[in-house]
Ligand binder design. Structure first.
Ligand code: FAD
Length: 475
């Protein structure tokens, strides 16, 4: 009997497993693939995900494998630098391939005590009042108290749950792969610059050793998304768009993706939950999907752990959907807008030029960057100061960095008044008295995901909020 079975060891499943293990939850991750995926999808981690890695003590090992790049230029690939003074200690993009992230997150989950079984596809399940019986493709049955579907856009768990996945089907497909080219670099660069003037879905970027990352729109109406494309598909499309196939050969990997946009109607049905691409899919423009999934996992982990420990306030687990569904809705919308702006039609091109001008206004640029990087998210915790419901940036505190105090995934009371206490919640909430903390409030209560759950200086009010988020105090 496990506490939680997670279907899928992609970035969302691995992150969730690690989060649950911080609270000693017995976790089994079932992954259908025998080997980790080797083809590279992601271009980068955005600011909020980088912050989450810092909050869990993972940033150093991730920085070792990634490259820091400027945070700007991601909204519809409009080339504008980020505004000055973004509200984060980590105001950059971290370029790192998806397989590396998945490897590091899986390694971390295992270090913390999660079990990961590869070559095990979830094929069915049944839930009852006490738990979920999960059936694998080979007929083996396993039992857990909760099941979380982190099994990607074609999620078996979501389909078996019967949860609706409304939205738009894919209208266009893009081919992406890594391969060698047979012509000089200058020749490629000149042609690519010319085509990219109008076609933003086309690129050939050198990755060293003569290898290029090739992105090119697929021929309309051909291909089966379940099957990887062939080198001939790439050659044909390169010739159609660039007039030459650049002599591409020796592919390292080839893949395709579409622009379907869909959002699960519900994130939870009793003991079964959905996270990551299993709950939402959208085109990769802006590079938000993996980030969104990892952030779902951090939102869900501590709540599910509290539920399993029997100390979650009654509605805590439902706040997962209440908070994360609107965030995904917003990401879907911004990707829809970005896709329109990539169109080569005259109307969208004119809107793109106008938006490019508008982004010279600091506020517009800042708003869009805060959206893409997810640092602008504010959960609805009721009336209160603007900081309530937002994540708190990493700040200097007398013990070093604030995020250094969140590694264990516990709550934190940061008290500048030095008068308050976490009393009977000290088994799940840490306390730091620091009158010098760079904070525009007397005292803040942070949830384990770093969002501000309360601001004030009154002990009774604080106790009410500790109960609201962390359940009843220990005797
Ligand atoms: C071209 C491209 C570029 C992208 N670039 C970015 C980017 O720059 N930034 C970004 O944030 N996002 C990006 N994305 C999106 C990102 O790749 C996805 O959002 C991310 O992989 C979602 O993670 P996940 O863990 O939810 O799902 P997945 O990564 O799909 O993982 C699901 C896992 O579940 C497993 N699985 C499936 N079915 C079962 C089953 N029945 N039983 C057990 N296991 C199962 C799968 O094998 C897989 O390992 C890009 C996507 C594409 C296509």
């Amino acid at each position: 009997m496990f506490d939680v079975i997670i279907a899928g060891c992609g970035p969302t499943g691995a992150m969730l497993a690690a989060e649950l293990r911080l609270h000693d939850v017995r976790v089994l991750v079932l992954e259908k693939d025998t080997e980790p995926v080797s083809f590279v999808r992601i271009v980068g981690l955005h600011i909020r995900s980088i912050e989450l890695m810092a909050m869990r003590g993972l940033l150093e090992r991730i920085l070792e494998r990634g490259r820091q790049r400027p945070a700007g230029g991601f909204f519809a690939a409009i080339n504008k630098p980020a505004p000055e003074g973004l509200d984060s200690a980590h105001a950059y993009l971290l370029g790192i391939p998806q397989p590396v992230i998945v490897h590091l997150l899986e390694e971390r989950a295992i270090e913390l005590g999660a079990q990961v079984r590869r070559g095990c596809a979830v094929a069915g399940f049944e839930q009852d009042d006490d738990g979920v019986t999960v059936e694998l493709a080979d007929g083996e049955q396993l039992r857990s108290r909760y099941l979380v579907g982190c099994d990607g856009g074609r999620s078996t768990v979501r389909k078996l749950l019967g949860v609706g996945f409304p939205g738009e089907p894919s209208r266009s497909e893009t081919l992406m792969g890594e391969m060698e080219v047979g012509v000089p670099q200058e020749e490629v660069a000149a042609k690519v610059t010319e085509i990219c003037e109008t076609d933003k879905r086309f690129s050939l970027r050198p990755f060293g050793g003569g290898v290029y990352r090739v992105v090119v729109p697929a021929a309309a109406g051909v291909g089966d998304r379940a099957e990887p494309p062939t080198l001939e598909d790439f050659q044909q499309q390169l010739r159609a768009i660039a007039g030459t196939d650049f002599g591409v050969h020796s592919p390292r990997w080839l893949s395709r993706f579409g622009d379907a946009t869909r959002l699960a109607e519900r994130y939870r049905v009793e003991r079964v939950l959905l996270a990551g691409d299993a709950a939402h899919i959208h085109p990769p423009i802006g590079g938000q999907g993996l980030n969104l999934g990892v952030q779902d996992a951090v939102n869900l982990g501590w709540k599910l752990a509290a539920q399993i420990r029997g100390r979650a306030p009654e509605t805590l687990l439902d706040t997962y959907q209440a908070e994360r569904h609107p965030v995904a809705e917003d990401v879907l919308d911004n990707t829809r807008a970005q896709m329109e702006l990539l169109s080569t039609e005259p109307g969208p091109q004119a809107v793109r030029r106008l938006l490019t001008e508008l982004m010279d206004f600091d506020e517009v640029n800042r708003h869009l960057i805060e959206k893409i990087t997810a640092i602008g998210i504010r959960y609805d915790f009721g009336e209160g100061p603007d900081l309530l419901g937002r994540r708190l940036r990493d700040i200097d505190v007398k013990q070093g960095h604030l995020y250094g105090l969140l590694h264990r995934g516990r709550g934190l009371l940061l008290d500048r008044t030095e008068r308050l206490s976490v009393g009977g919640w000290s088994d799940r909430v840490d306390y730091l008295a620091d009158p010098t903390a760079a904070l525009d409030a007397p005292c803040v209560l942070l949830r384990p995901d770093g969002h501000v759950a309360w601001i004030g200086d009154d002990q009774q009010d604080l106790d009410d909020h500790l109960s609201r988020w962390f359940g009843q105090p220990a005797n």
